[in-house]
Design a protein around this ligand. Structure first.
Ligand code: MOS
Length: 707
C-alpha cells in the first residue's frame, strides 16, 4: 500500500527560486501540476484499491421501504452492497448531513440510500444501477416561491452573525424620505462546481484501528474533527491528507456526506482502500450550493442622495435536513452611512439538499442586491453612481461605531473611474448603440471582512542541509498557498525561499484553520511569522541542526478595536443585442483594497477568478429545480452554464499599494472572495445603462431584454 504523498511537494522549496514578500513568484507546485505528478485525492495510488458508487434517493421526501441488493451482489467483482440496515453504525446521529445509511428516512432527492463497493469503478457503477430501492413517498415541498410557506429566523449560533439588527428610527425615516427605492432582488440556486470533484479515498487499517482519508478538502483538520466525532473515534486515530486540491470555492470547506460514506465502506472492508469520487451530477445534491435568495431593499434618501434609512430583508431557502443560512444582509450593516437601518433574515425550510458555503457566502448575493439598489437610487436622485457612494461614506463602521482599519472604497472607485474612462460616460439610458448592440457601463462596490481565524500552529525545524522545514496543516485549493506561505516563511526567517521546505495538507502536521472566509493567508501566515520569531529567539541566527520551534496564530487585540474590512470597486462594460437580447461583457475592471499583497501573480489570479465567477453569476448560473420531483434538471456542466473563455473579454484587476497595520503582522488580508462580491451588480447596472431595462433577477438571460 502506498501512503507516500510528500514526494512531489516536499521538495517544492528546493532549487534556486527567490521571492520575497511582494514578488510575483511562480507557483512552486506549478510544474508538478502541469506534468501530472502533483497527487490529487483520487490519484494517490494503492494496490488492492476498491471503488465505491452510491445509490441516490429518487424521492424528495419519504422512507426507504426496502433495498434489494441481490442483482448487484450477483455482479462479479462486487464486494459489498451497503444499505441502511447493514452499514456500520455511527456514534453521532444528530446531524442529518452526516447520518448516512443509519435509518430509512429520506430528506431530499439525491440523498445516499445505498452504495456498492467493487473491484473496479465501472463494476461499482453498473452494480449500483441494479440495486432496487422501494420507497414510501411523502408529499414534498421544494419550491421556495410557493405561497404560505413557513419561515423562521436562523439561529445566530450557527452563523456567528445576528440574523436581525435595527438602529435608529426606520419607519420615521422611510416616511420622511424625499427619494425612495423599494425593490426586491432575486438570485437563484448556484453551484460551486470546482473542476476537481469531491473525492475521498478511505483506508481502515492497523491495531488499534486507524482511519486515513485522502481527501479533496479546504481543511484537513476540519474534516478530521467531523469524521472522528461522527464515527466515535479519537481524532488521533484519524488522518486526513490533502496536498493538492482542484478548486473548492467553499464547498470543500467542511466534511460532507461522502466522507462518511467512504469511511463506513472502509470500515466494512478493513485493510482495503476504498476510492470514491463523486460524479458531477452527484455534486448537485451532496456537497452544498448557494441557496436561492429573495431580498427586499428599501432606501430613503434626501434629494442629494444621502441615505436616511436602509432596510435589507432577506428571505432564503434552506434544507429541512439541516439549517444553513446565507447571511446576505450582513454587508448592508457596514456598507453605507444611513442613520436608520434594519436587516432581517428568514429561512424557508424545504425538502431540498443541504446548502453550504459558496465563494463569499452572504456578500455575493447581498451585494448584488444592495449595489443594484444603489444604482437605482442614483437614477432616482440624478446623482452619478460613484458620487452617490462617496456621499454615503461612513466615517466609522455604522454597525459597531469602531474606526476603520483602512476604508479605501473611495480611492478604489476613483482609481477605477480614471482607468475605466468613467468621466466620458454619458449618463443617458439607452443612448449608445454600436451596430446591433446597445452599449453601457456600470459600477458597483465590493467588500469583504478581513478575517483571521484562531487556532493555527506552525512548526519550523532546521535541517542538516541548512534549509528550514515549515509545517502547518494548511490547504492550497489552487489559490497559491504553497507559494505564499513559502514567501512568508522565507521573509520571516530572513532566508531565501529556496531554503524553505513547506509541508501542508496533512493532519500529521500542526493544526490549521479552514481555507475559508478568505482567512487562510492571514491565519496561517501569522502563525508562520510567529513561529519564525520564536525560532530566532530560541535558536538565534546560527541554529543547530534539528533546532525547532512552534507558535500559533497570535491573538490580535485590534480585532476588537477596529472594523476590519476590505473594499473594492467593479466596473463593467456590457453590450446587449437589440434583436436577440444576448449579453456580452467585453470589459471588466476591479480595483481592490486588501492590505499588503503577498504575491501579485497568485493574488491577481484570485481577483480575476472571482470577477469571472461574478460574471458567470450575472450571465449564466442557475440551478433549475423540477418541483414535481425535487431534482435540479440541469445538474451537469452541459446545462448548468458557467462562464467560459468565449464569455470573457478583458478582465483586469489592480490594487492599492497599502498595508493594514491592524489586521496581522503581515499587513495582508485575504484575496479569495472579494472579486466575486459586487461584480454581478456592475454587470446588471451596465446592462441597465445600455438598455434602460432594469433586471432584478439573476441571471441575465436574453429573455430579460426582450419584450
Ligand atoms: Mo469560502 S466560500 O468562505 O470557503
Amino acid at each position: 500500500m502506498n501512503g507516500e504523498v510528500t514526494g512531489t511537494v516536499g521538495t517544492v522549496g528546493s532549487g534556486t527560486r527567490t521571492g520575497a514578500i511582494g514578488a510575483p513568484m511562480e507557483r512552486l507546485e506549478g510544474r508538478a501540476k502541469v506534468t501530472g505528478t502533483a497527487p490529487y485525492a483520487y490519484e494517490h495510488s494503492f494496490e488492492g484499491a476498491l471503488y465505491l458508487h452510491p445509490v441516490l434517493s429518487t424521492v424528495a421526501r419519504g422512507r426507504v421501504r426496502s433495498v434489494d441488493p441481490a442483482r448487484a451482489e450477483a455482479v462479479e467483482g462486487v464486494r459489498v452492497v451497503l444499505t441502511p440496515w447493514n452499514a456500520p453504525r455511527l456514534a453521532r446521529t444528530d446531524d442529518r448531513e452526516f447520518t448516512i445509511l443509519q435509518d430509512d428516512e429520506v430528506f431530499f432527492r439525491g440523498q445516499f440510500v445505498a452504495a456498492v463497493v467493487a473491484d473496479g469503478p465501472e463494476i461499482a457503477r453498473q452494480a449500483a444501477d441494479l440495486v432496487v430501492v422501494d420507497y414510501e413517498a411523502h408529499d414534498h415541498e421544494v419550491d421556495p416561491s410557493s405561497p404560505d410557506r413557513e419561515t423562521y429566523r436562523p439561529s445566530a449560533d450557527d452563523t456567528g452573525v445576528e440574523p436581525d439588527t435595527e438602529q435608529g428610527d426606520v419607519e420615521g425615516e422611510l416616511a420622511a424620505a424625499m427619494v425612495r427605492v423599494d425593490q426586491t432582488y432575486r438570485t437563484p440556486r448556484e453551484y460551486n462546481n470546482p473542476m476537481e470533484p469531491h473525492t475521498t479515498v478511505a483506508l481502515w487499517e492497523g491495531d488499534p484501528d486507524r482511519l486515513t482519508l485522502y481527501d479533496s478538502t479546504q481543511g484537513v483538520h476540519v474534516v478530521r474533527g467531523t469524521i472522528a466525532e461522527v464515527l466515535g473515534l479519537d481524532p488521533e486515530l484519524v488522518r486526513v491528507v490533502s496536498p493538492h486540491v482542484g478548486g473548492g470555492f467553499g464547498s470543500k470547506g467542511s466534511a460532507h456526506a461522502h466522507n462518511v460514506l467512504a469511511a463506513l465502506a472502509a470500515r466494512a472492508l478493513p485493510g482495503r482502500p476504498v476510492k470514491f469520487a463523486l460524479t458531477r451530477r452527484h455534486m448537485f445534491s451532496l456537497v452544498g450550493y448557494r441557496p436561492d435568495t429573495r431580498q427586499r431593499i428599501r432606501m430613503g434618501a434626501a434629494e442629494d442622495g444621502r441615505l436616511g434609512v436602509l432596510v435589507h430583508d432577506v428571505m432564503e431557502a434552506t434544507s429541512r435536513a439541516k439549517e444553513y443560512a446565507e447571511m446576505s444582509g450582513a454587508c448592508t450593516r457596514m456598507m453605507y452611512a444611513a442613520p436608520a437601518r434594519r436587516t432581517t433574515h428568514r429561512l424557508t425550510p424545504l425538502d431540498v439538499p443541504i446548502p453550504f458555503w459558496m465563494r463569499a457566502p452572504g456578500e455575493a448575493p447581498g451585494m448584488f442586491a444592495l449595489e443594484t439598489a444603489m444604482d437605482e437610487l442614483s437614477y432616482a436622485c440624478g446623482v452619478d453612481p460613484i458620487e452617490l457612494r462617496v456621499r454615503n461614506e461612513p466615517e466609522r463602521d455604522p454597525e459597531t461605531g469602531l474606526p476603520w482599519s483602512g476604508r479605501n472604497l473611495v480611492e478604489c472607485l476613483r482609481r477605477g473611474a480614471e482607468r475605466f474612462g468613467w468621466r466620458d460616460r454619458d449618463p443617458e439610458l439607452r443612448a449608445h448603440r454600436d451596430g446591433d448592440w446597445w452599449v453601457g457601463t456600470g459600477v458597483a462596490s465590493a467588500t469583504y471582512p478581513r478575517l483571521t481565524m484562531p487556532g493555527s500552529v506552525a512548526e519550523i525545524a532546521h535541517e542538516q542541509d541548512g534549509s528550514y522545514t515549515v509545517s502547518i496543516g494548511a490547504a492550497d485549493l489552487g489559490t497559491g498557498t504553497w507559494t505564499a506561505l513559502t514567501q512568508i516563511a522565507a521573509d520571516a526567517l530572513g532566508c531565501d525561499t529556496a531554503s524553505v521546505r513547506l509541508r501542508i495538507g496533512d493532519t500529521d502536521l500542526p493544526s490549521a484553520s479552514v481555507a475559508g472566509g478568505s482567512s487562510g493567508t492571514s491565519s496561517w501566515g501569522s502563525a508562520v511569522v510567529a513561529a519564525a520569531r520564536a525560532f530566532r529567539e530560541e535558536h538565534g541566527n546560527e541554529p543547530a541542526v534539528g533546532a525547532r520551534s512552534r507558535a500559533g496564530t497570535p491573538e490580535n487585540p485590534d480585532q476588537e478595536r477596529y472594523a476590519l474590512h476590505s473594499f473594492g470597486a467593479h466596473f463593467a462594460e456590457v453590450r446587449v443585442n437589440a434583436d436577440t437580447g444576448e449579453v456580452r461583457v467585453p470589459r471588466m475592471l476591479g480595483v481592490f483594497s486588501v492590505g499588503r499583497i503577498i504575491n501579485p501573480r497568485t493574488a491577481r489570479s484570485q481577483f480575476v477568478g472571482g470577477m469571472v465567477m461574478g460574471l458567470s453569476m450575472a450571465l449564466h448560473e442557475e440551478g433549475v429545480v423540477d418541483p414535481r420531483f425535487g431534482h435540479v434538471v440541469n445538474g451537469d456542466l452541459a446545462e448548468y452554464h458557467v462562464a467560459a473563455n468565449a464569455d470573457v473579454g478583458l478582465v483586469e484587476a489592480e490594487w492599492l499599494e497599502e498595508s493594514d497595520p491592524h489586521v496581522n503582522a503581515l499587513g495582508a488580508a485575504g484575496v479569495g472572495e472579494i472579486g466575486i462580491v459586487g461584480s454581478a451588480a456592475a454587470v446588471v447596472n451596465a446592462a441597465f445603462h445600455a438598455t434602460g431595462r432594469r433586471v432584478r433577477e439573476l441571471p441575465l438571460t436574453p429573455d430579460r431584454f426582450l419584450s
